[in-house]
Design a protein around this ligand. Structure first.
Ligand SMILES: NC(=O)c1ccc[n+]([C@@H]2O[C@H](COP(=O)([O-])OP(=O)(O)OC[C@H]3O[C@@H](n4cnc5c(N)ncnc54)[C@H](O)[C@@H]3O)[C@@H](O)[C@H]2O)c1
Length: 158
């Protein structure tokens, strides 16, 4: 299966490498060009035991790639897995601005059906906000009915 992982930090990179090891065709996106440059030159920007070997073997097998190109990453995966940061706000709640920015980027670039997975640690109800953000971007691009946007009511992550 073609999977895009949005955010190549601790969670995104480990998830992407493990999904590639399972045989999926994985493209990891990040907005940080330094992180992607390190990954594309064979390095690993974080330390997790065993991760470097996993990344190297899956890159060599052609199942794992890294990019800063949003259009490429949205077009790649049927599954778009959001794994960006959710830092605590002043009141202790999760700051969802990066999750919503990632959702908006998907909405702006998608041209067909996508399954969006909230892998970031988010409060209940975030799936609705992600869906709304995608719909707003699609609506801004086209006044047509949003027949390709379907809702999946899965278990929310806490
Ligand atoms: N690190 C952990 O041990 C851990 C454990 C459990 C849950 N989590 C949760 O997982 C999520 C990710 O945490 P992390 O530790 O991997 O964060 P991180 O800061 O290591 O990685 C997040 C990455 O997302 C990138 N990013 C931000 N906005 C982006 C966008 N619009 N498009 C593409 N990339 C974007 C950042 O540049 C960064 O590289 C958070 O919700 C966190 O709470 C983390």
């Amino acid at each position: 299966m073609k999977i895009t992982v949005i955010g190549s930090g601790y969670v995104g990179l480990v998830s992407g490498a493990c999904l590639a090891e399972l045989g999926n065709d994985v493209l990891c996106l990040d907005v940080d060009p330094r992180k992607i440059a390190i990954l594309n030159s064979g390095g690993v920007p974080i330390y997790e035991p065993g991760l470097e070997e996993l990344i190297k073997s899956n890159v060599a097998a052609g199942r794992l790639r890294f990019t800063t190109d949003v259009a490429e990453s949205v077009s790649h995966g049927l599954v778009q897995m959001i794994a960006v940061g959710t830092p605590s706000g002043e009141d202790g709640s999760a700051d969802l601005q990066y999750v919503i920015a990632a959702a908006r980027a998907i909405g702006r670039a998608m041209t067909g059906y996508k399954v969006i997975v909230d892998k970031s640690t988010v409060p209940v109800g975030t799936a609705d906000k992600v869906k709304q953000a995608v719909q707003e971007e699609l609506k801004a691009l086209s006044p047509k009915p949003l027949s390709e946007v379907k809702e999946f009511s899965g278990k929310s992550k806490r």
